[in-house]
Ligand binder design. Structure first.
Ligand code: FDA
Length: 385
């Protein structure tokens, strides 16, 4: 064994695949979950055969050509383009806020210039630079009417906190499009893996030099591969939580988590689209995912049943799955302290979403793993040889 990779998400699998294929190294990938793939894992619902993204909807998109070329070695992509709608006061509007949203909301037919002037006037209520909290900042970006309809209650549900008590810096911008384009992503490449996420992830690990051990926690000393037994013996790629690695010595980093409620509904189409946000406080969930709409090309999905998943958001405890970094000033100070501790572990490479305490889209996790491999790991192996 030449390399241990802790975590079989996109970051860990990219490193494992590169080390096995490019350097001929023997890699053991461990994951404490019973399945491969980290948060991108998906499984077919047993009753309907519909592919369900178990940790929330995962849309692949990138403008990074090397990443796009790399991922295409393992999967083909459909031409799916993501679009999101939101239910406010029982009326459905397109997102991100665009000319269609604005004209529907104000019952008008504004031109792009008229809409721009209207929103600029409404946004003048606060100055972005001096906004004291998230509410003021949001109003300074899109004006009070759109803020109160589409942002206020949704944000309060996401954070379980009134936006007047949230820091302004949580949002840097709120996109408003002064045309009718409601594609969610602007990237050059977008699509969903034709055979599903798990087939893609399994192909990355399908190499004679790669062994995957599931149900294996790096901190469980009853397992053959664990922190005490490996660090200092072989290089370790660690994609678990950075605070856990150091036994929370500098305090816990805070995360938001999500709860999902999955249901098979006896209709062929529940909401007519893949993701519907619920903007108002009256619905306790933030959105509903309906997975059949990710793959309209799949002819085998039933026409009389569909799978939906309601999403609820809250602060994570130590036992919850960490999803989104909260990133308070205290978190940032703790992260810096952990980075200093990292310097004392030269043979451990911290990466991925949990290992670096940052939200990473899939293409970012893969891109940063590819860079880490060529800038650090490959030279380190070559120097050892
Ligand atoms: P990831 O979390 O996937 O993998 C880490 C792995 O390490 C996990 O499998 C975990 O079990 C394992 N692990 C942790 N501690 C361990 C230990 N002690 N011992 C052993 N194993 C351990 N991206 C995108 O591009 N489009 C999208 O639409 C979305 N949507 C989305 C929705 C939600 C709700 C979330 C939370 C995230 C997304 N993402 C996304 C982001 C995407 O999930 C993310 O880019 C990848 O998960 C990053 O891969 P990593 O390998 O960094 O982490």
């Amino acid at each position: 064994m030449d390399l241990v990779v802790v975590g079989s998400g996109f970051y860990g699998l990219t490193i494992a695949e590169r080390a096995a294929t490019e350097l001929g190294r023997k890699v053991v990938v461990i994951d404490r979950r019973p399945h491969i793939g980290g948060n991108a894992y998906s499984a077919n619902d047993p009753e309907t055969g519909i592919e369900v993204h178990q940790y929330g909807s995962h849309l692949f998109h990138t403008s990074n050509v090397p990443v796009w070329e790399y991922v295409n070695r393992f999967t083909a992509f459909t031409n799916y383009q993501h679009k999101v709608y939101t239910n406010h006061n029982g009326v459905v509007f397109p997102l991100p806020v665009n000319l269609g949203t604005i004209n529907q909301f104000f019952g008008a037919a504004y031109s792009p210039t008229e809409a721009r002037e209207l929103i600029a006037g409404q946004a003048a209520e606060f100055d972005t630079k001096t906004a004291a909290n998230l509410e003021e900042k949001a109003i300074s970006l899109i004006g009070r009417p759109l803020y109160e309809a589409f942002i206020r209650d949704y944000t309060a549900k996401q954070w379980q906190t009134d936006p007047t008590e949230l820091q302004a810096e949580i949002i840097s911008r709120l996109p408003v499009r002064y045309n009718y384009d409601n594609r969610y992503f602007n990237d050059t490449f977008e699509g969903l893996p034709v055979d599903g996420y798990t087939a893609w992830l399994e192909r990355m690990a399908d190499h004679p030099n790669i062994e995957v051990r599931l149900d294996t926690d790096f901190f469980d000393e009853s397992q053959a591969i664990n922190k005490a037994a490996t660090v200092g013996q072989v290089p370790v790629i660690y994609t678990g939580a950075i605070d856990r690695y150091f036994d929370y010595a500098e305090g816990e980093l805070s995360w938001r988590t999500l709860d999902f409620e999955q249901e098979v509904v006896p209709v062929g189409d529940y909401q007519g689209t893949s993701v519907m946000n619920y903007a108002d406080a009256s619905a306790p969930f933030t959105r509903i995912h309906e997975f059949r709409h990710f793959h309209p090309e799949r002819g085998h999905y039933p026409t009389d049943k569909t799978v939906i998943m309601r999403e609820f958001s809250r602060f994570a405890t130590r036992d919850d799955e960490p999803y989104y970094p909260v990133n308070t000033p205290q978190d940032r100070a703790r992260l810096l302290a952990y980075r200093e501790l990292q310097a004392g572990e030269p043979d451990v490479y911290f990466g991925g979403r949990l290992g670096t305490y940052q939200y990473l889209d899939m293409h970012m996790a893969i891109g940063s793993a590819l860079s880490m491999f060529s800038n650090k790991l490959e030279p380190a192996f070559r120097a050892r040889a």
